[in-house]
Design a protein around this ligand. Sequence first.
Ligand code: GUE
Length: 288
Amino acid sequence: MTANILDGKSLARSIINDLSRRVSQLTFHKLTPALAVILIGDDPASALYVKNKANACDQCGIKNIIYRYNNNVSQQQIINDIYMLNDDPTIHGILVQLPLPKHIDIPHIIESISPRKDVDGFHPYNVGRLAVGSPTHLLPCTPKGVINLLKYNHISLSGANVVVIGASNIVGKPLSNMLINEGATVSICHKLTTNLSDHTRNADILISATGHAGLICSEMVKRAAVVVDVGISRNADGRIIGDVDYENVRKIASWITPVPGGVGPMTIAMLLENTVCAAERLLNISSA
Ligand SMILES: Nc1nc(=O)c2c([nH]1)NC[C@@H]1CN(c3ccc(C(=O)N[C@@H](CCC(=O)O)C(=O)O)cc3)C=[N+]21
């Protein structure tokens, strides 16, 4: 038996295709959805991600503007510029590419973004809406991408035992809340978890988001489990690899995400969807 592939790349392509239609509808109403991306410093990985996001925006007609800053830019400068973007009616989404230089306080920056334009879903207002289960327009992109990828492939979440490894604000915590809202039984493991396999071997759905290459080997996976790999590391020749020992785990699992081509492309598709939703809200034609 080999696992079926959770093909994020092709699902992301079809989502972006559908978004093109919603963007045309908006431009018909003289409203071009626009995403502002703030990129600080010269981290090559960040520059590459930002370029990929810009290309995806171009594919479906979303306007994107990249604001570049030196590594030593002051926190106040960034916050002032975010306030300007908050007040700019032609901008619908604001994304501050993470990570940030050490002298900049991430929570402070995130809280200066208008919750209506917070297309990453990181603002405490949007985090809180998710936590209390209120309808939220702007959910964090990677967790939203994971849920969509599972649902599209008819993997049932209600009553499932889901183990999430990684408790970050970007992936693990919001994803756990979304899974709870879908009726899953959720265990959250992290750096201090003892006997990780005791948890993972019970998982119907195992989701790893640590950035620790090769963390998940086949002995840690229950037969016929669904395995979702959110990890990103680079191997010696610079190619990206996930947390999961793919070649061995695919012999055990029923479904598995490849890296690349799994969760990564879904993250970008969800960012575009959030930007379109933020723009649609101004017209009251939201279909999401
Ligand atoms: N404010 C903020 N929001 C983010 O959403 C955010 C961020 N900062 N900082 C960095 C992480 C990382 N991230 C990825 C997006 C797409 C791929 C992606 O498309 N990956 C491709 C491969 C790309 C490659 O080959 O390098 C794939 O998995 O198939 C990966 C990683 C968004 N992030």
